[in-house]
Design a protein around this ligand. Structure first.
Ligand code: OAD
Length: 229
């Protein structure tokens, strides 16, 4: 039985399943975001270039939904683990719930729902306004949600941070990701190659399950209670 306190440097690699118990929908499961909304209309650069108002309606709807959700017991257990061991969260989530729970070291691979950027002048801003009222930067161009949409490259600094923390950890715990979105899905392989222990927490098997030393089949909160006790 793996216990977080038996290790020194732990990376929690999280996906949408981490926030299910907060009420945030996943992307691909039943009721998943991409089951209901076509990403080609709402979550890619060509859609934004075509119709920024439509893309903002979707993101403001998500700001409202996610903004009403609190961090759950699982997020709190991850934050509390930092009192015992060095903890880095590498997350695919854009909801900011790890930070709300108090985790200091969070690498957001896919950006943040709470940050906007201006591709015309390079400005960036953070706020939790829902809906976001002012959709244009002071320079006059549209604010764009600072999220890695389909077809976008990941931010170099986030990837570098993720590779370095994953390469240096002695325990990697993957939680609630379907492991089908690349390059994120292959990052746990770096921990494997570096000789770390690998644990997957997910009610369902994933295409990457075979690389893990152990798989705990259950919800994030339930399994984290056992892992962090
Ligand atoms: P998915 O929606 O693809 O997968 C969610 C995973 O969570 C599934 O494997 C479920 O079995 C698991 N799950 C469901 N309930 C759970 C629970 N209570 N506890 C633990 N696990 C649970 O979400 P991601 O893998 O995060 O990108 O998706 C990856 C990326 O695809 C996202 O970051 C997003 C999306 O397109 C962007 O938005 C940029």
């Amino acid at each position: 039985m793996i216990r977080v306190s038996d290790y020194e440097r732990v990376v929690f690699f999280t996906g949408a399943g981490m926030s299910v118990e907060s009420g945030v929908p996943t992307y691909r499961g039943p009721g998943g975001v991409w089951k209901e909304y076509d990403y080609e209309a709402y979550a890619c650069q060509p859609a934004f270039d075509r119709d920024p108002t439509n893309v903002w309606e979707f993101h403001n709807y998500r700001r409202g939904l996610v903004g009403a959700c609190a961090a759950n017991r699982g997020h709190q257990l991850v934050a509390a683990a930092a009192e015992q061991v060095s903890v880095t969260v590498v997350t695919q989530n854009i909801d900011g719930l790890h930070q709300l729970a108090g985790t200091q070291e969070v690498i957001e691979l896919h950006g943040s729902l709470w940050r906007v950027r201006c591709d015309a002048c390079g400005a960036r801003e953070e706020d939790r306004e829902a809906p976001k009222a002012v959709l244009r930067c002071a320079c006059g161009a549209w604010w764009r949600p600072d999220i890695v949409w389909f077809g976008d490259a990941l931010d170099d600094a986030s990837i570098a941070g993720a590779v370095s923390s994953i390469g240096a950890c002695d325990l990697l715990v993957s939680i609630g990701t379907s492991a089908v979105v690349y390059p994120a899905a292959q990052l746990p392989l770096i921990a494997r190659e570096a000789g770390a222990k690998l644990l997957e927490i997910n009610p369902e098997p994933t295409p990457m399950s075979a690389i893990y030393d152990e798989c705990m089949r259950g919800t994030a909160t339930e399994m984290l209670e056992a892992l962090c006790r």
